[in-house]
Design a protein around this ligand. Structure first.
Ligand SMILES: Cc1ncc(C[n+]2csc(CCOP(=O)(O)OP(=O)(O)O)c2C)c(N)n1
Length: 674
């Protein structure tokens, strides 16, 4: 069946016109039973809430047909990205009740070792990728999963849910646009339940129906009765076939109503009473039950039997969930689970062959060899395909690796980081090039809240590298020059690398791509073509987390990274009377504390140098650590040399004045004279 490209409008929906054509009696009973499960669990949860046995509950009562119908219309190995009112996804995928209750009770044997609440978890066993609080980011992950299906030529789709409120987020727009532009087999289901917390839909959007937006993205869209399980089930089944056949996305708006408060404690005073009365008549479970009774599919006897069985399942689940032991915190385990395990042993070059290369050529070399090494590595970024990227790092890659793997993206950093995570769910590796590190701001949420936290939250790794051309000194002004590494070093779950030499740039990039954890890879653009060095021709890695001793010295230790390494060595050359010990950190998260300790011990006088601003820069963290752990070895207060606490200015004079380099001599004199 071909699906219409036009949207069906609300007034055209005849609510609760069931049509069981094509469904066997068993299928109808199964659909009913599946809808009853979340309903009965929820009714129990409301009792437990009143008894003070659980703390919070987001109810999907009245919306069960959507989650259940959609889930049952898909293959069980197809990923679903559910939200907070989609208990029916979990029950329809037959997630064991006891495990669900342990999850909600924060028990270790739940899905997140007690680290996540309510529905904020995923499980690959059941092909469910749970939400983060921010709602919209789910959609782009579905794009990534759908892209994996497309690349593998699999006849599969992904499906993501959003509420009507969530459609106002930029993430909705970005995910729809990418799906349409890339022709991804993904279904976006909007549950239009009338309210986003207390905000009614007329204060949320100004179009007639949300599915009307589909045409603007160049995709198919329909509006359906979300309280009719048969209509939802059929629509999603048809949409699934359409998405696979046409290799296109589909937007499905399900009209429904939120029958309870946003969450149980928040009340419903702002909802007109008549709306509840009107929608109660359209209750998806009751109306379907009536229909099946009228048509002789169900009997009171059968209903009782089904209910009794579910009740017993729930009671058994609760018994386990409430009696499972409370968590005894294990700090080592907590820290260990921030990162996916990875044997970070260096790979050595096979031969001694080396070639003189510019910094940027070394990055390109590392990326090319990684593409050869990992057939599952996909590159994404603005203008990176035929054009070769803003800095030409990927020049010629399309010819060698095809456009499937070297993908130009629309300008939508958030969706691309999300898609990278979706690829990771399907066993791909993804590298995203931010055109400039500054633009990470528009992908920030996905990086900080999805990439960084997902392994700790439910054990799914994020095999993603984000390359970030960074830094100033090139007269590019406030939005093309920032040193923003400290935004990321503060985020557990990310790794942050920052090479300063061509050899390190190649080896660290390969290491970052091999690492299954999300790595922010900073490349200073002022170094791209200004420095060169001998780089091994072979494939090799530089170990993430290991600093490099640039030169040994006895008077002053300079701890630095990136452009700072070159400022420091230049300064040392200009001051041969002073013996400098220079340490290149190479990785900022995790820091190499052993090397820092050794650097402190070598001279007793420490200068920390970075291009980032002073306040809140990583220099403050390193300084604090040295004071706490190496105080006895210090002969002078630690000095931090950093850039001004202003945005990066444009004019050459102002930028020179801004940069830490202009303060290096004064800082050094202070330390020397102590
Ligand atoms: C980015 C973001 N802003 C605000 C919130 C707070 N918040 C949580 S749910 C919600 C309403 C969501 O409405 P909708 O998308 O319609 O879903 P519904 O709750 O109605 O199912 C809001 C405002 C949030 N979680 N994330």
């Amino acid at each position: 069946m071909r699906l219409p490209y036009i949207t069906l409008h609300l007034h055209q929906i005849s609510y609760m016109h069931f049509d069981k054509t094509g469904y066997s009696t068993e299928q109808l009973v199964e659909l009913y039973t599946h809808m009853l499960r979340p309903r009965m669990i929820e009714e129990k949860m409301l009792v437990l809430l009143r008894q003070g046995k659980i703390s919070k509950w987001f109810s999907g009562i009245g919306q069960e047909a959507i989650a259940v119908g959609a889930t049952l219309a898909m293959d069980s190995d197809e990923y679903i990205m559910p939200l907070h009112r989609n208990l029916g996804v979990f029950t329809a995928r037959k997630v064991p009740f006891d495990k669900l209750f342990m999850q909600w009770q924060g028990k270790k044997e739940g899905f997140s070792k007690g680290r996540e609440r309510s529905f904020h978890f995923g499980t690959n066993d059941y092909h469910i990728c749970g939400m983060i609080s921010h709602l919209g980011p789910q959609m782009a992950i579905a794009d990534g999963v759908a892209l994996a299906h497309k690349l593998k030529r699999e006849q599969k789709i992904a499906l993501a849910f959003t509420g009507d409120g969530g459609t106002s987020e930029g993430d909705f727009h970005e995910a729809c646009n990418v799906a349409a532009v890339w022709g991804l087999p993904v279904i976006f289901v909007i549950e239009n339940n009338g309210y986003g917390l207390s905000t009614p839909v007329n204060e949320q959007y100004a179009c007639r129906q949300l599915a009307d937006r589909a045409v603007g993205y160049g995709m198919a869209g329909i509006t359906i009765d979300g309280n009719n399980i048969l209509e939802v089930h059929k629509a999603i089944k048809d949409a699934r076939e359409y998405c696979i056949r046409e290799q296109k996305p589909m937007l499905i708006e399900c009209m429904t109503f939120r029958m309870r408060g946003h969450e149980e404690a928040s009340g419903v005073k702002y909802v007109p009473k008549n709306l509840f009365e009107e929608w109660a008549k359209k209750d998806p479970v009751q109306r379907f039950e009536d229909y099946l009774l009228e048509n002789g599919v169900l009997s009171q006897f059968l209903i009782k039997e089904i209910r009794d069985n579910i009740k017993a399942e729930i009671e058994a689940g609760i018994a386990v969930g409430f009696t499972a032991p409370d968590i005894v915190p294990d700090t080592d385990e907590e820290l260990r689970d921030v990162y996916a395990p990875f044997h970070n042993r260096p790979i050595l070059p096979v031969t001694d062959a080396k070639t003189e290369k510019k910094f940027i050529q070394a990055i390109s070399d590392g990326l090319r060899q990684s593409m050869q090494q990992h057939p599952n590595l996909v590159l994404m970024g603005q203008d990176i395909a035929e054009y070769g990227g803003a800095f030409k790092v990927t020049e010629g890659f399309v010819d060698e690796f095809s456009k499937d793997r070297v993908r130009n993206t629309p300008i939508c950093e958030s969706a691309i980081v999300g898609a990278a995570l979706g690829l990771s769910l399907k066993g791909y590796k993804a590298m995203m090039e931010m055109q400039f590190a500054d633009f990470a701001t528009v992908g920030f949420n996905q990086i900080i809240n999805n990439l960084a936290k997902i392994y700790y939250r439910w054990g799914q790794h994020a095999d993603v590298v984000v390359r970030m051309p960074t830094g100033g000194g090139v007269g590019a002004g406030p939005f093309h020059s920032q040193s923003n590494e400290a935004w990321f070093t503060h985020t557990p779950g990310l790794k942050v690398v920052y090479p300063s030499t061509p050899e390190d740039a190649k080896g660290l990039l390969i290491a970052a791509i091999n690492d299954p954890n999300p790595v922010m890879y900073f490349e200073h653009k002022a170094l791209y073509r200004s420095i060169s060095g001998l780089v091994p021709d072979d494939y090799y890695t530089i170990e993430i987390g290991k600093a490099r001793l640039v030169q040994e010295g006895e008077d002053i230790s300079i701890i630095t990274y990136g452009a700072g390494v070159h400022w420091a060595t230049q300064y040392a050359e200009q001051h041969p009377d002073v013996s400098f010990h220079i340490l290149d950190l190479r990785t900022l998260l995790p820091l190499d504390y052993d090397a820092i300790r050794e650097a402190v011990g070598a001279t007793g006088k420490v200068l920390i140098l970075h291009e980032d601003c002073l306040f809140g820069g990583i220099g403050g963290e390193i300084s604090a650590w040295i004071t706490e752990h190496c105080f006895q070895q210090l002969d002078a207060p630690i000095v931090r040399c950093a850039s001004l606490d202003t945005p990066v200015p444009f004019s050459v004079e102002l930028e020179q004045n801004f940069l830490a380099k202009s303060k290096l001599d004064a800082c050094m004199q202070k330390l020397l004279s102590y």
